[in-house]
Design a protein around this ligand. Sequence first.
Ligand SMILES: Cc1cc2nc3c(=O)[nH]c(=O)nc-3n(C[C@H](O)[C@H](O)[C@H](O)COP(=O)(O)OP(=O)(O)OC[C@H]3O[C@@H](n4cnc5c(N)ncnc54)[C@H](O)[C@@H]3O)c2cc1C
Length: 459
Amino acid sequence: MAHRLIVIGGDAAGMSAASQARRRRGRDDLEIVVFERGHFTSYSACGIPYWISGLVPDPEALIARDPEVFRREHAMDVRMRHEVTTIDLERREVVAQNLEGGGEVRERFDDLMYATGAVPVKPPWAVTDAHGVFGMQTLDDGAALRDWLDADPQPRRAVVIGGGYIGVEMAEAMIQRGLSVTLVEAGEQPMSTVDSDMGELVADAMRGLGITIRGSLPVTGLEEHNGRVSAVVTEEGSIPADVVVLGLGVRPNTTLAEAAGLPLGPTGAIRVDRRMRVPGFPGIWAAGDCVETLHRVSGLPVHVPLGTHANKQGRVAGINIGGGYATFTGVIGTAVTKVCDLEVGRTGLRERDAKAAGFEFVSVIAESTNRAGYYPGSRPMTVKLIAERPSGRLLGAQIVGWSEAAKRIDTLAVALWNGMTVDDMTQLDLGYAPPYAPVWDPVLIAARKAVDALAALDR
Ligand SMILES: Cc1cc2nc3c(=O)[nH]c(=O)nc-3n(C[C@H](O)[C@H](O)[C@H](O)COP(=O)(O)OP(=O)(O)OC[C@H]3O[C@@H](n4cnc5c(N)ncnc54)[C@H](O)[C@@H]3O)c2cc1C
């Protein structure tokens, strides 16, 4: 009997793992069965906001490989609309429900790849039968929202609850579709993945687009009329809404894992080792939004649900399942997004993370421009650096600015990954020409400012 891999979840982590395992072990050596409860495999959830806005007209463009390609070209038994309901570790079997009414199936495994992703956070007040309320995690969620926005009567007023990057991207998408948009946030302002001084710049840009931002305003309920959502209730009254998007973050989808007795870490996500094995459970692997990982700067376990990690972790798991050797060595929290033309990048620790991890640090903000001041299209760029005191080691960085801002964070991410000090960074040989940077790149200006701040404190 061929060795058998069962994969639960047919997106980034699951299909990366399955593909890598197949590359290393042929169809006679390894049988692969994938269960996916949705309608799509290997899709880009990251592209959903751009499909909602209309920038990407065709949802097919978000699908890297459909189930038929996996079946035909990679000899995988991909079972769509099958939801795994039980993992029986003793019998090494999973039970799956055919969601199209086809009953229950039981399949044995030698290796099990757990890649169920995350689920949108939904507080009790958001649990409703009213139509028009959407969490956003899978392409099916995106399709449901698109259908609602296109249906009669067409929604005109959107309320996004929560201003994380998904909330911000969805708010932008709906304003681009011509809806009036209010973003309600319990914190002071949206974009809490950056410090509040940087988040304020994002909030200003959102207001500039016509998005109403209601900060420091907890939501307490939803109102409905004739089975449709009609308003979002807050401590300061109701905000009328024809469509509500929940952007309250996600939590790891661990229901099945918990029921099977797999270990969860302090973040509530599944614990794995650096080869993506679930410790103490031979042949059980997990990757993607359902697992926690090591933050290489704080040294703490973190849950960072991003596609970039899901793909890498799935690949690592698949190489190992296929008999090779690969490791995933942690994250530093690099992420980028945008609000129309305003770009936002972050890496490493925010001030509050650095405090919580017990670091002494300085933080500086440097104002500069993306291009030489005289060059057409020169726009402001704000760089914030957080550096350990007294060593000067970079702990975190954030950038908000116009074109060329977001991807500049990668320079800082590489510096952080390699443990550089801000002093080392002032010597970096970065590219310069007037269309791309001022003669002193914003990254170098910020590093110099951090060096000065450290020196002033230790004089
Ligand atoms: C709107 C949006 C924008 C984003 N933008 C970015 C970005 O710009 N950059 C970035 O790095 N990341 C981004 N992300 C995050 C990224 O999409 C996720 O981190 C990534 O998809 C996680 O991959 P995954 O395979 O772990 O989980 P998922 O992609 O969630 O896949 C899990 C799959 O498992 C299936 N499943 C769950 N339970 C079961 C079960 N019991 N049985 C069968 N199937 C099951 C689900 O249907 C799902 O298809 C974005 C996400 C969203 C929603």
